[in-house]
Ligand binder design. Structure first.
Ligand code: SF4
Length: 439
């Protein structure tokens, strides 16, 4: 019998990407071939995103394309949790599952494409199959979320927080590092809540007890000798404890802290846990402990009920907070979110205008901050290098795919993706730095 062949389409956020990696790893472990085109595949798995309306449309289009080109399609991921939307549009699907459902996907694959007799298990590397370049990897430490932010349907799609045991996370991290990964990007829905559901239970790691807790995890990862970047961190008091690790060079001096707004009224409507004055004081303290820290955040403008005054509060906060990296979304209703029932929908034109004013302010802040780096020497991790020797790299301030990059001419230097290089910064713009390689 010839090797059964599966096509795979992966959409969505890094969490969905990790789900895809788990399914691909399992497929390869069982001896399936993963093929790059629809016509070579015996069936196609589409991992979808259902976070905002634009993502839902993109996912539905991807399913439609897979059906048109191949016909035998299994759908998984966040949009799959809204099974009736998908089923209503495409009744002929082989199966539909929700997110984080590798086993269900495998059952569906087995039912429609029996697995081969010889599983080729030895051909799968111990770190599994990854979709990221060889030199960095996402490390998912938990699934689900205990918050109930009114604009978000993730808890209803993915359930309450379930943390992975710390021993399992560390084992995966070690395997990744042994396989050549130079940067671990820690992800979850709420990294600072890691371990709450396990009551911070300790496990033995390298002969000593290690609690299932963000601080313990950060310390242990910091001993692996690679870059460690923490994403999706809420500004809870215990986050202060990881700052000394950043100041000591054990963790990258980088925190991604999704704040979403600065007006108390709007934060309450959003059911967000943070308080703006506390946040400003906390940022100040973090910068005092680790002056080189990069702070990234995301915000929503045009949330229902947002007045001119709320928006002015947000802009004032941005001026004071001087955040380094910022993403902004115009509020858009997501089917099933509580916020859809809130009064005071903001007109689309006003949303757009606020979005532009917000981005204009943040661009000026970012431009000025990056200008201060001209003349400094930084260490960067090379992502790509083109035929002309132009290097695209990232510094500690740049998370993959969402932040800026550092661009330099490799000149006489022999460089490859995954190398750490030193660059003198000679120019900057709103997002990126430019410089000369010195080694
Ligand atoms: S913290 Fe809020 S926005 Fe983030 S996943 Fe949980 S409910 Fe959604």
């Amino acid at each position: 019998m010839s090797t059964p062949r599966v096509g795979f389409v992966s959409l969505g956020c890094p969490k969905a990407l990790v789900d895809s990696e788990q399914i691909l790893t399992q497929l390869r472990a069982e001896g399936y071939a993963v093929v790059p085109t629809y016509h070579e595949a015996d069936l196609v798995v589409v991992n979808t995103c259902g976070f905002v309306d634009a993502a839902i449309e993109e996912s539905l289009d991807a399913i439609g394309e897979a059906i048109a080109e191949n016909g035998r399609v299994i759908v998984t991921g966040c949009l799959g949790a809204k099974g009736d939307i998908v089923r209503r549009r495409y009744p002929g699907l082989l199966a539909v599952t929700g997110p984080h459902a590798a086993q269900e996907v495998m059952h569906a694959v087995h039912a429609h494409l029996p697995k081969p007799h010889d599983p080729f298990a030895d051909l799968v590397p111990p770190q599994g199959i990854r979709l990221t370049p060889r030199h960095y990897a996402y490390l998912k430490i938990s699934e689900g979320c205990n918050h109930r932010c009114t604009f978000c349907i993730i808890p209803s799609l993915r359930g309450d927080l379930v943390s992975r045991p710390i021993g399992q996370v560390m084992l995966e991290a070690e395997r990744l590092v042994n396989a050549g990964v130079r940067e671990l990007v820690v992800i979850s829905q709420d990294t600072s809540a890691y371990g709450v559901d396990r009551k911070f239970a300790a496990e033995v790691w390298n002969g000593r007890p290690l609690g299932t807790h963000m601080t313990g995890l950060a310390g242990a990862l910091g001993e692996l000798g690679v870059w460690v970047r923490l994403m999706y961190v809420y500004p809870y008091p215990h986050v202060d404890d990881v700052l000394p690790l950043m100041a000591d060079g054990k963790l990258l001096p980088y925190l991604d802290v999704p704040l979403q707004h600065a007006s108390h009224r709007i934060l309450r409507q959003m059911k967000r846990p943070a308080n703006t004055e506390d946040t400003l004081r906390r940022l100040e303290r973090w910068r005092a402990v680790c002056p080189e820290i990069t702070i990234r955040s995301t915000f929503i403008v045009g949330f229902p009920g947002e007045t001119d005054e709320d928006f002015a509060t947000l802009l004032e906060f941005m001026r004071e907070a001087q955040l380094d990296r910022v993403g902004c979304f115009k509020y858009s209703p997501v089917e099933g979110a509580t916020a859809n029932g809130l009064a005071g929908a903001v007109d689309e034109e006003i949303k757009q205008e606020r979005f532009e004013r917000f981005m204009e302010l943040q661009s000026a802040i970012s431009r000025e901050k990056l200008q201060h780096k001209i003349g400094t020497e930084i260490v960067a991790l090379v992502d790509t290098i083109d035929d002309e020797g132009l290097v695209v790299a990232r510094s500690s301030a740049d998370a993959p795919d969402i932040d800026g990059v550092v661009i330099a001419d490799s000149g006489e230097h022999d460089v490859a993706a995954g190398d750490f290089v030193r660059i003198t910064i000679t120019a900057s713009d709103e997002h990126d730095l430019y410089g000369d390689m010195i080694g």
